[in-house]
Design a protein around this ligand. Structure first.
Ligand SMILES: [Zn+2]
Length: 84
């Protein structure tokens, strides 16, 4: 499979209107999260991200850096249906 330029995107960020909301995995807390690639607004779930609910600012010192999640992790979280 060829990696798309923006893997795991669930939607366009309506706050900054400049970036994709992407599913990422955090290195310190090791959890899935949804983060805007541009403004780094963070959500705990894709539902929240799409409804712009409970938006937070991503904090690297708390959660660590983010990386692309494995297919399996996204499946287990039940977030596959949100992936565009
Ligand atoms: Zn944004």
């Amino acid at each position: 499979m060829v990696a798309p330029p923006w893997p795991w995107k669930v939607g366009w960020c309506s706050l900054c209107d400049q970036g994709w909301l992407q599913i990422r995995r955090t290195s310190i807390t090791n959890k899935l999260t949804v983060v805007c690639a541009e403004c780094e607004t963070q959500y705990d779930t894709p539902e929240d991200a799409l409804q712009v609910k409970n938006a937070g600012a991503y904090d690297v010192s708390v959660d660590g850096v983010t990386s692309d999640p494995e297919d399996q992790e996204v499946e287990l979280a039940g977030w596959v249906p949100f992936v565009k």
